[in-house]
Ligand binder design. Structure first.
Ligand SMILES: C[S@@+](CC[C@H](N)C(=O)[O-])C[C@H]1O[C@@H](n2cnc3c(N)ncnc32)[C@H](O)[C@@H]1O
Length: 189
């Protein structure tokens, strides 16, 4: 049974503000990846407000980009960013409101790159959800397509620090949503 993410992603503008600096850290990696793999059709799972997607459209390459997210608010913010882009850029993008553990896209089997960035895999709280996502993703890839996931592996110091920050009076934005932390030694398949 999926957990409720609550209001966390309802205020997409707050999200963009909070994670501005993240863009400097991870967008160059994804840009380098599309330059290296030269995909024709790319899918970003949990694409959110287009923080990465819109930047990727300005990287070298003329790939078609699809973005999938469960939050209509985040997708609305993505669309508003696209509306400010040139028609030629807008025509390269399709957005889908869907659950990454249960989606069927028209271009199934035609994506040569699918990626799941910025720890969004931590929103798959149950092992069944994770396996369904991986299977679905596999079905949407070309036979030699690639699936790239970016997540962090918290160590015990990080987890104990998070606990301290959750003490009364220390609430912050990241306390308001559940996350699944994968361990380095965990094997899901
Ligand atoms: C940390 S944000 C990442 C957004 C964007 N990829 C970025 O890097 O800024 C996580 C996103 O995952 C989405 N999400 C959470 N659970 C999901 C699910 N089951 N299927 C699709 N999207 C989901 C949320 O709506 C949110 O936009």
């Amino acid at each position: 049974m999926p957990y409720d993410m609550g209001e966390y992603y309802e205020r997409a503008s707050d999200y963009d503000l909070e994670y501005q600096s993240q863009t400097e850290q991870d967008v160059p990696f994804w840009c380098e990846l599309v330059m290296r793999y030269t995909p024709q059709r790319v899918l970003e799972l949990a694409c959110g407000s287009g923080r990465i997607g819109v930047e990727l459209l300005h990287c070298p390459g003329n790939f078609q980009l699809e973005g999938l997210d469960i939050s209509s608010e985040m997708l609305g913010a993505y669309q508003r960013k696209l509306d400010r882009e040139l028609e030629t850029v807008q025509q390269r993008v399709t957005l889908h409101e869907a659950d990454m553990s249960d989606f069927q896209l028209e271009n199934k089997g035609q994506f040569d790159l699918i990626f799941l960035p910025f720890n969004s895999i931590a929103h798959l709280y149950e092992i069944e959800q994770q396996l369904d996502t991986f299977k679905n993703t596999h079905d949407h890839l070309t036979s030699d397509g690639r699936f790239v996931v970016d997540t962090f592996l918290p160590d015990i110091d990080y987890l104990s620090q998070s606990t301290i920050e959750r003490l009364p009076g220390r609430r912050n934005r990241s306390d308001r949503q559940p996350v699944y932390y994968a361990s380095l030694y965990e094997q899901t398949v």
